[in-house]
Design a protein around this ligand. Sequence first.
Ligand code: SIN
Ligand code: FE2
Length: 214
Amino acid sequence: MENRPAPSVSSDRVRPTTVIGGAELFAGLFDMDAQAAIVSDLRAVVAAAPLFSPLTPWGKPMSVRMTSAGKYGWFSDRNGYRYSEHHPDGQSWPPIPARILALWHRLVSDERDPDCCLVNFYGEGARMGLHQDRDEADFRWPVLSVSLGDDARFRIGGTVRGGKTESVWLRSGDVLVLGGAARLAYHGIDRIAPGTSTLLPKGGRINLTLRVVD
Ligand code: SIN
Ligand code: FE2
């Protein structure tokens, strides 16, 4: 790890609209057309690698359904949380769509691509408890998150469980970068607000997170 070059930040970087809990929020970065184009890319991802409900290590299905694109996908079952090179059906994950890689290049770096694009789908009532993203090898790389569809109440705290938290509504087209001091911040989704977006014909919310894994 010491021999690796430090991640470089793209020079033509757009500026965040807000900083929340140390995470940079780029509100409304994608307009409706761009959001619809990403959703159509994701339809192909989900057709190749169907959404599934991971089990928590204590055996309960998560309310969020997931799939991934890239070299690795995120996976969980009774054996714990981990990245896997295979969808639970056995096949490799589909490639990360070019439009999504372009966002990484724009906001993070051209130096390398992310290894994983985790796709989370939140139907009505789905939530994600406070957690840290810590299954990756090098925390110098940020996690970049894209919100599509219904609004979601996002909560972020510090790097210890049980500390003070702040929350913000993430809306369709918003992008959040968890990097630097916020890379290991506890974060989660309290709830979504059904019917607040017309992007997805059947409603719900999609969240994408781009991660460097190795
Ligand atoms: C996550 O932490 O993996 C998802 C966050 C979100 O849905 O915005
Ligand atoms: Fe996370």
